[in-house]
Design a binder for this molecule. Sequence first.
Ligand SMILES: [Zn+2]
Length: 143
Amino acid sequence: MTIREGGCLCGAVRFEVRGEPIVAGACYCRDCQYVSGGAAAYGMMFPADALTVKQGEMKAFTLKSDSGVDVYRHFCPQCGVHLISHNGAHPQFRAIKAGVLDDPSCFESEGSIWTSSAQPWHRIDPDLPSREKNPDIDPGTAN
Ligand SMILES: [Zn+2]
């Protein structure tokens, strides 16, 4: 079974995730733009029980989505890097940001979501499916 490791920028938080992602993609929602620094969030969705936090403890910032669901963004309290998010309506999933993996090159986008919130200067992959808003399972923030 594939085991991927990752962590935050300062190294306080370390995790591993087992198996292959259920889905992976880019989320262009406005909330992800804040967290990423302006870009889309590149996320890989796993079952919650595939994830093990091996070191450190994350804090969660919670914001209501458009549909009134709590979206939890888990971040390192030392360096502030957001690593993982989950949607209160789908607690069985965790979206892991590609950039916090030790080897982010394994990320393969299957599509784009929330393109209705994309900026004019974003480059949405024209060769992959895209949705203006949410899919049933959201690889980014589950807004
Ligand atoms: Zn950190």
